[in-house]
Design a binder for this molecule. Structure first.
Ligand SMILES: Nc1nc2c(c(=O)[nH]1)N=C([C@H](O)[C@H](O)COP(=O)(O)OP(=O)(O)OP(=O)(O)O)CN2
Ligand SMILES: [Zn+2]
Length: 110
């Protein structure tokens, strides 16, 4: 099995729709640190699990410096962002970690 890891930093804004009072319901921003893990039994014809540049294009280019509520069709929590990223990258992506701040991390694993 081949495995790759790509780290991305994304600066963006969001607000959370919550069924309780929270400061997070107001628009605010984070510098999310995102770790993407992909694997494959075989390499493609270019000798890669997946091109690191393609990962950046499919994830960072779509999220960086944007209002995430307008990109995701679900509440942009760290958990939902992790799942959204895995969906953009397909079956080979088996784990995504989304670190919102030093103390707050969510992950999605297939
Ligand atoms: N399970 C989740 N809980 C929360 C999420 C989330 O994505 N998943 N997100 C938020 C907000 O984005 C909020 O900005 C961060 O929450 P909070 O830790 O309260 O705020 P700070 O980063 O400012 O941390 P301090 O400990 O207050 O410094 C909330 N919850
Ligand atoms: Zn937030």
């Amino acid at each position: 099995m081949y495995r790759i890891h790509k780290r991305l930093e994304i600066s963006a804004a969001h607000r959370l729709d919550l069924n309780y009072e929270s400061k997070c319901s107001r628009i605010h921003g984070h510098n999310w640190m995102i770790d993407v893990y992909m694997q494959s039994e075989k390499l493609d014809e270019n000798g890669m699990v997946c091109d690191f540049t393609l990962i950046k294009q499919r994830v960072k280019d779509r999220l960086d410096h944007r209002f995430l509520n307008e990109v995701l069709d679900v509440n942009p929590t760290a958990e939902n962002i992790a799942k959204w990223i895995a969906d953009q990258l397909g079956e080979k992506c088996y784990l995504v970690r989304v670190k919102e701040s030093e103390g707050n991390t969510a992950e999605y694993e297939r």
